[in-house]
Design a protein around this ligand. Structure first.
Ligand SMILES: Nc1ncnc2c1ncn2[C@@H]1O[C@H](COP(=O)(O)OP(=O)(O)O)[C@@H](O)[C@H]1O
Ligand SMILES: [Mg+2]
Length: 316
């Protein structure tokens, strides 16, 4: 197997203003390492504000990285002209309604990338290809003449998927593709993405705050917290034998009903962006196993099984 995508020490700082209006840098993604094999799905899990979207947009170079390296299909694209790669790397957005221009017919939205890349020879061919794509995502050819506002959230996401597929990409960042949808539509869209992945040999970076969705989709997973990847590896290994206290909390191995834990939670809500830079482990303020060392030194990523790394002083 070959790697379709690799992120090495990927880092993104944003310039933000503190409460007094002074500029400072906020590290949204902090030296993140992961790789995705061709044809596989890598699931990135973490709560809101942990840096998932920034990671996904940075590997596509929609956001420029502050530091680190991005390799796509064996080529270092960290500073490359992305024109040659845009078609091969696509994104599906969290909010389908907001990502579809309401003024355009669905057929034109789906064919936009085809036109930009001159992938068809005639008007008839563009129309035919758009209709075929709509059929592939479970819509009707007639839907090409309708407008995004006439569709449900689930159907709008199907349109977003058809648009991403149109240019025959190899790699797609799926950024919380079902989070904005009614629960009744979520499984349908997940299954559609899974089927399309298998049929077309696609590689996904699949972003979600929902561990059960990620588990269903992914070959490998990464657990993100405050910009750092705390744990990463083969999905069943990481989810079946979670090592990091945060991962264990996420998948409920640690009961949330624990009075000490819930008290700690209310005292220190995870407010991102407002915090000062962390010297030690970024999870120290919430960790039930915290030691002095955790507050002082950032743990290194340590290999604990063949495809399982964890950054926690408990495992050093
Ligand atoms: N353009 C930006 N400018 C400043 N801060 C940002 C910007 N984009 C994201 N952030 C901050 O970076 C952090 C991570 O955001 P994001 O990647 O959207 O997280 P997630 O997708 O996991 O919810 C958040 O604290 C967010 O407020
Ligand atoms: Mg996000």
């Amino acid at each position: 197997m070959s790697k379709i995508l690799q992120a090495e020490d990927l880092t993104k700082d944003f310039s933000v203003r503190d409460q007094r209006g002074r500029r400072r840098m906020f590290r949204a993604v902090d030296a993140v390492n992961f790789s995705i094999e061709r044809g596989n799905c890598f699931g990135l899990v973490g709560e809101s504000g942990s840096g998932k979207t920034t990671t996904g947009r940075t590997v596509l170079r929609l956001i420029e990285p502050t530091a680190g390296r991005i390799t796509f299909d064996g080529v270092d694209i960290t500073k490359a002209d992305m024109a040659a790669y845009r078609r091969r790397m696509q994104i599906i957005f969290q909010n389908p309604a907001g990502s579809l221009d309401p003024k355009y017919q669905v057929g034109d939205i789906v064919a936009e990338g085809l036109r930009a890349n001159r992938m068809c020879g005639s008007r008839a061919e563009y129309r035919q290809r758009a209709e075929e794509l709509l059929r592939q995502v479970g819509l009707f050819p007639e839907d090409a003449l309708r407008y995004p506002g006439e569709f449900s959230g689930g159907q709008q996401q199907r349109i977003g998927i058809a648009r991403a597929l149109a240019v025959e990409p190899e790699f797609i960042v799926c950024d919380e593709p079902v989070s904005a949808l009614d629960v009744s539509f979520q499984a349908q869209i997940i299954n559609l993405l899974k089927r399309l992945q298998q049929e077309k040999g696609l590689s996904y970076l699949f972003i979600s705050h929902d561990m059960s969705v990620v588990r269903h989709m992914s070959d490998r997973v990464g657990i993100m917290y405050r910009g750092r990847l705390l744990e990463c590896g083969e999905a069943e290994e990481v989810i079946g034998h979670p090592a990091h206290p945060y991962t264990r909390a996420l998948i409920d191995a640690i009961p949330i009903a624990d009075p000490d834990r819930s008290a700690a939670r209310t005292r220190r809500p995870p407010v991102y962006g407002a915090e000062e830079a962390v010297t030690g482990c970024c999870y120290a303020s919430r960790c039930p196993y915290v030691t002095e060392r955790c507050r002082q030194a950032q743990p290194e990523a340590k290999k604990i099984a063949p495809d399982h790394v964890c950054s926690c002083h408990l495992f050093e």
